[in-house]
Ligand binder design. Structure first.
Ligand SMILES: Nc1nc2c(ncn2[C@@H]2O[C@H](COP(=O)(O)OP(=O)(O)O)[C@@H](O)[C@H]2O)c(=O)[nH]1
Ligand SMILES: [Mg+2]
Length: 483
């Protein structure tokens, strides 16, 4: 992951920074508030990873960070939201539901005991030096488990399965990565619709691509099959996610955390002469059962277990042909086939772009909140209004209107128009024209749209639509001015 436009060069950042300075200048306790809100501005956008228990969230987080830090099955006991951010030294703090912070010592090769009972933990803040985290903060969540449990189990579900925790973590996030295998269930889609995101900042991930369909021994290559399926799901889920990327988090984790060694590659190479079914038999063989061929004759049990854990059946079966070329070659093969590159591209391009806008929205929302409760409410309110009206923050205002309209009427014409403005990569795109359209054509189309939007203000059906039309009128007015 790369870093975003250097803050100083980014007009959204500069305008908000200036606004916070104005807030601080109002005196009293406002400098402290400005500082607190400023930490949002100076931190990377936050991406929350959501999905059912065992969907592969923590595995993917490890792959993205490039270090095996997130809990995996072995440490599943700690069912807590964890916020991973760049920082040194490597350390953690447990934040209790009472708001108190407790430092946790980090031991390598040994899970650290948390100083607070899981039920009393709001989340864990985890810092580690990682260039991958410089651009995005990642939030791992415990996951949504069976949401269809009976009513009397509701409390259990909330506390044990992380439903409520995940929701809480999402409030402070700017984008979501939604992991599912095969087909997401209705309750998962419903849960996503309750989060404060739009399809623009929700990235779908078809996880466990290496075991998709009939799996490693099936008639079709599971990765190819998963690609096709992901494309279908992207269309089907277009009201929830902006795209669906298939991924083998396991293969990505192994290749990105330095777990592949020459010793393991050498061990894997020894499976090369065997037929696929024999390989599986060797992997599954258990000495006590006296299976033929005895696994131990080919590879000691510890190595077999390790290979299977690090590569999965698909990785073992297909990676064994690459293994004779060495660990580096095998690592490249894993990276390439894992799908992690495509996922990183989707994250840094589109998802992160909208996450940056969403972070600006969160800052404005904090100002609104402050205006609500602070004695200087009038001046804070006018500052927020001034910021929303500034050209640099125009797209943030468009995003806020789009979010409101999505909830009220996702299929309305204004909702579509706002979406087009947000997605456009050029002034022409904002009025639905191809990028190469001339300034004259853009102005003419903007003029036409302006008239249409003005007529629509006469018969709106909600306050949200009123506000959205005002924003669209501003957008089109700016585009009618040529040269
Ligand atoms: N075959 C395969 N297994 C995976 C993949 N991702 C995760 N797993 C395994 O699935 C189990 C649960 O993964 P984990 O990341 O802890 O899921 P979480 O509950 O969503 O955080 C672990 O045993 C992982 O090794 C994958 O892409 N392929
Ligand atoms: Mg997990």
């Amino acid at each position: 992951m790369t870093t975003y436009p250097p803050p100083a060069a980014d007009p959204v950042h500069a305008t908000l920074d200036q606004g916070l300075h104005q807030l601080a200048a109002l005196g009293g306790d406002l400098p402290a508030h400005a500082n607190a809100i400023g930490t949002i501005l100076w931190s990377p956008p936050r991406v929350v990873i959501v999905g059912r228990l065992k969907a592969g969230k923590s595995t993917l987080v490890n792959a993205l960070i490039g270090a095996p830090v997130a809990e995996t099955a072995a440490l599943e006991a700690t069912n807590v939201v964890t916020v991973y951010q760049d920082g040194a030294p490597s350390r953690a703090e447990v934040v209790g539901v009472d708001g108190r912070r407790h430092a946790v010592a980090i031991h390598h090769h040994q899970p650290s005991r948390l100083p607070v009972e899981t039920l009393d933990i709001a989340f864990v803040d985890r810092w580690l030096p990682s260039s991958a985290l410089r651009g995005l903060t990642l939030i791992d969540t415990p996951g949504l488990s069976t949401l269809t449990v009976a009513n009397d189990a509701a409390t259990r579900r909330v506390t044990i399965d992380g439903f409520e925790q995940t929701r809480g973590a999402s409030i402070d996030a700017d984008a979501a990565v939604f992991l599912f295998d095969a087909v997401p269930r209705t309750d998962e889609i419903e849960f996503l619709s309750q989060l404060p995101f739009t399809p623009l900042n929700t990235l779908g991930v078809l996880s466990r691509a290496d075991s998709f369909g009939e799996g490693a021994l099936g008639r079709r290559d599971p990765l190819v099959h998963a690609h096709e399926h992901a494309a279908r799901m992207a269309t089907q889920l277009s009201e929830t996610v902006n795209t669906v990327v298939p991924i083998s988090g396991l293969m990505a984790q192994t290749s990105h955390t330095g777990m592949m060694t020459e010793h393991l590659a050498g061990a894997l190479a020894r499976l090369r002469p065997l037929a696929p079914l024999e390989v599986i038999r060797v992997l599954d063989s258990d000495e006590l059962a006296g299976d033929e061929p005895a696994g131990d004759d080919v590879l000691p049990l510890a190595l077999r277990v390790q290979l299977l854990e690090l590569l999965g059946e698909y990785g073992v079966l297909n990676g064994r042909h690459v293994a004779p070329h060495g660990a580096a070659a095998l690592n490249s093969w894993l990276t390439e086939h894992s799908g992690i590159g495509e996922l990183q591209r989707a994250l840094t391009s589109s998802t992160a772009r909208f996450a940056v806008l969403h972070r600006a929205h969160r800052i404005l929302a904090r100002l609104d909140q402050l205006a609500f409760s602070h004695p200087a409410r009038e001046r804070i309110r006018s500052l927020a209004a001034q910021l929303r009206a500034s050209p640099a923050l125009h797209l943030v205002a468009v995003l806020e209107d789009y979010q409101r309209m999505l909830r009220i009427d996702p299929r309305a014409e204004v909702t579509e128009d706002l979406r087009a403005v947000l997605l456009a990569s050029s002034p022409a795109g904002r009025v639905g024209l191809p990028d190469h359209a001339s300034t004259h054509e853009i102005a003419a189309e903007a003029h036409r749209r302006l008239g249409h939007a003005q007529r629509r203000t006469l018969a709106t059906s909600s306050a949200a639509e009123d506000a959205a039309l005002v924003t669209l009128i501003r957008t089109y007015t700016a585009l009618t001015i040529t040269g």
